[in-house]
Design a protein around this ligand. Structure first.
Ligand SMILES: [Zn+2]
Length: 419
């Protein structure tokens, strides 16, 4: 994707490339606005009115916008301008393998949700059963949403596990270990939907790419860390990195303390996700029963939202909660230091459970990060906390990836017959 863009900017002096860039800007503006006139576009983009007119005519022929009548006359009493709005029949289907269900969302090219459905599924069932249910439900949801097969531009399928996106192989699906290894799920979907673009990707990488929808993150070097039971990250520098074995970003298994007793599922010890897990927090709370009996944390010890309560109690000043939050902040600072020396990102975004970090955690983490001497505070990566749920993030990420491909297509910006 990046290469394509380079090519066009490098040769921007060539008329056809200039036309491509101009038309892309024009379409971008039409996509962002509710309604626009030729004048609006020309004024905002500084592209001449005849060029804008030609582009609009071409977009209309390609089914990317519609004329919606005339606006009110200008204050100087000029002619009433013709108004246009972005309109595209193509849609995107985002599928998310969630615990105990499969989640389907149909989005239009404006990133508006047009249909959403949840189908319960037991991942202990065979892969064949899954294929059967997935296939039938894709057809069913298209029918329910009254979307023709031809209008489906692409499908994004997101799940937890090791996924080799380039060849579309699921090395291991975390929800369904019984399915075995190296499942060619993309090839199967491509057979069913040969005209559609298919993306099969790790959930955290799809969720991370949702940030590329936002202007402030677009051209940044970033690490997006997702924290649930497991912890993994998505490395981005204008695009999401995968790595040779799709292992890039598995920072949950970064060794923080090899002398730690607990053996991780990966076979190692002292992995970051084990050091900051809920079970570790629980263990630390129970370490000293006397301390726990005087702590407000005693009411939350079995809570499903243990981490969130811990942050809240630390912010309220509970001594034991503060102690444990300080420890967690230190673990995070070690992980962040390792991320910095390997990738040196500008921005780090934390999503999931730790996105609910309270002020005490944030302050402690800031202090702990200062200890890493060769990272001056002013140039250290900026840390953001993103509390949006994964279900929303994977939709935005699926849209970002597929819409980007759709709107990058040079055919959309080619000349009309009149030229
Ligand atoms: Zn591990």
């Amino acid at each position: 994707m990046e290469k394509e863009e380079e090519k066009y900017t490098k040769n921007a002096s060539m008329p056809s490339d200039l036309k491509y860039l101009n038309r892309k800007r024009i379409l971008q503006m039409i996509r962002n606005e509710q309604v626009v006139s030729v004048n609006d576009i020309s004024e905002a983009t500084k592209i001449s009115r005849p060029t804008v007119k030609k582009a609009i005519q071409s977009f209309e022929e390609k089914g990317l916008l519609v004329s919606i009548g005339k606006g009110s006359s200008t204050s100087t009493g000029g002619k009433r301008p013709e108004l246009y709005a972005f309109y595209c029949e193509e849609v995107i289907l985002c599928i998310y393998l969630e615990k105990e269900c499969i989640h389907f969302t149909i989005l239009n090219m404006k990133n508006e949700r047009i249909w959403e459905k949840e189908v319960s599924f037991c991942y202990g069932d065979t892969f064949e059963k899954f294929q059967h249910i997935l296939k039938n439900n894709i057809y069913l949801i298209l029918e329910e949403a009254e979307i023709s097969y031809e209008s489906l531009y692409g499908i994004s399928l997101a799940m937890e596990g090791f996924i080799d996106r380039n060849i579309g192989i699921v090395r291991f699906c975390a929800l369904a270990p019984e399915w075995g290894r190296n499942i060619p799920i993309k090839a199967w979907l491509e057979e069913l939907f040969p005209k559609q673009v298919i993306i099969v990707e790790n959930l955290v990488r799809i969720a991370g790419s949702s940030l590329l929808l936002e202007e402030e993150y677009r051209n940044k070097r970033m690490v997006v860390i997702y924290t649930e039971a497991g912890i993994s990250a998505c490395y981005i520098d204008r695009e999401v990195f995968t790595g040779r074995n799709a292992l890039i970003g598995e920072i949950g298994h970064m060794t923080i303390d090899y002398s730690d007793e607990e053996v991780c599922s990966c076979g190692s010890r002292g992995c970051f996700e084990r050091m900051v897990s809920e079970s570790r927090i629980q263990k630390k709370l129970k370490e000293n029963p006397k301390k726990l009996s005087c702590s407000t944390m005693k009411q939350w010890i079995e809570s499903d939202n243990l981490i969130r309560h811990l942050f809240e109690e630390a912010d309220k000043g509970d001594k034991l909660a503060k102690e444990i939050v300080s420890y967690l902040a230190e673990m995070f600072s070690l992980m962040l230091k390792n991320v910095a020396i390997n990738f040196d990102p500008e921005i780090i975004v934390i999503q999931g459970k730790y996105a609910y970090a309270g002020e005490y955690f944030k302050t402690e983490l800031k202090e702990a990060r200062k200890k890493a001497r060769f990272f001056p505070e002013e140039t250290a990566s900026k840390l953001y906390y993103d509390m949006r749920p994964l279900r929303e993030l994977q939709k935005l990420g699926g849209y970002q990836e597929l819409a980007e491909m759709f709107f990058e297509n040079p055919e959309l910006y080619e000349g009309n017959t009149a030229e």
